[in-house]
Design a binder for this molecule. Structure first.
Ligand SMILES: *Cc1c(COP(=O)(O)O)cnc(C)c1O
Length: 334
């Protein structure tokens, strides 16, 4: 596992901090809670897509692309970070936003990430929920080529083997930080969606034989589908980093009990978790991913699934910009 074998362009600040959450630990009275601040990657207010884009944008660059094409939900953090990375590298950015929630709220459709996509000069197209997003991106690629451009397609969430290398890198960074702190990590918990974050983490941690377990908290798919997607990608990532066969099916765990009515739909547990992190630790989560991830973390601590004395690291994957796309959902409870 030697990541310098892969092209990479630095986009983020790193290493991101690994810090204790003493107040939250005390408030919940269970396992010792830590946080890995990947919301502080630095690119356009940060988030987990930055690490993936370091490898994806490098690949685009090596291939001579002048335009990146990607897709996501309306309040996509991935789209926002991709648009910013494209600016930094002097590339054009084409974004296709899928209207997954059908929300008519003005803040959801225009503020938060959408406002920043526009600020970064990305071209935005909106398509109906349930559209074939891969086909939509192919259509845009045809248009770009017809105008003599060179497109590079980034899958939703940047979740392919190349993007997931960013989270192999995070696994290396995390274990090295824990070693320096003499901190024995038992669990890493984070929100899991398009699977690249968990696949990269699991592949990296397994390749190192770290003994650290990873629990993804699902935000969209049911458990079997989510675990299946992560496992498939993690196996490919392990192969790419020269550690084929180190990831077993049992190493991939997702809990999808905190999704609520659907992707991007607020839940009372999410709102409570966002408030709890804000008021105990001064940390901003987001309504779609880290808020639901933290809801799962808090509930699993309360249920004693993570035991007193165990060290649990919450990987903060970012997204707080989306708070401003969900004012309508949050303000009434404040
Ligand atoms: C994309 C995203 C995730 C999920 O990561 P995947 O690699 O897509 O599973 C989690 N949190 C935030 C804030 C995100 O934007």
């Amino acid at each position: 596992m030697h990541l310098a074998r892969f092209p990479r362009i630095r986009l983020g600040h790193g290493p991101t901090p690994l810090e204790p959450m003493d107040n939250l630990t005390r408030a919940l009275g269970g396992a010792n809670l830590w946080i890995k601040r990947d919301d502080c990657t630095g690119l356009a207010s940060g988030g987990n897509k930055t690490r993936k884009l370091e490898f994806l944008m490098a690949e685009a660059s090596v291939q001579g692309a002048d335009t990146v094409i990607t897709q996501g939900a309306t309040q996509s953090n991935h789209a926002r970070q991709t648009a910013a990375a494209a600016c930094k590298l002097g590339m054009k950015c084409e974004i296709i936003l899928e209207d997954r929630t059908g929300s008519k709220e003005h803040d959801y459709r225009e503020s938060g990430n959408v406002l920043l996509d526009k600020l970064f000069g990305a071209r935005i197209r909106v398509v109906a929920g349930g559209s074939d997003m891969a086909a939509e991106m192919d259509k845009v690629a045809v248009e770009v080529r017809a105008a003599s451009g060179k497109p590079y397609i980034i899958p939703g969430g940047g979740s392919n083997v190349t993007g997931a290398l960013g989270y192999v890198n995070c696994a290396l960074e995390l274990v090295s930080q824990a070693n320096d702190l003499e901190l024995k990590i038992d669990w890493v918990v984070h929100a899991t969606g398009s699977s690249g974050t968990q696949a990269g983490l699991v592949a990296g941690l397994q390749a190192m034989h770290s003994g650290i377990r990873v629990l993804g908290i699902g935000v969209r798919a049911p458990q079997a589908a989510q675990e299946g997607n992560v496992f498939k990608l993690a196996q490919k990532v392990a192969e790419a980093i020269g550690a084929a066969g180190t990831v077993a099916r049992g190493d991939v765990m997702a809990n999808c009990d905190y999704v609520g009515p659907g992707y991007g739909m607020p839940t009372p547990g999410m709102v409570d978790a966002v408030k709890m992190f804000a008021r105990n630790e001064g940390i901003l989560l987001d309504p779609v991913y880290s808020g639901k991830g933290a809801d799962g973390l808090i509930d699993q601590v309360k249920k004693g699934i993570f035991k007193k004395g165990e060290n649990v690291v919450f990987l903060h994957t970012g997204g707080s910009v989306a708070l401003f796309g969900y004012e309508h959902a949050l303000a009434p409870s404040l």
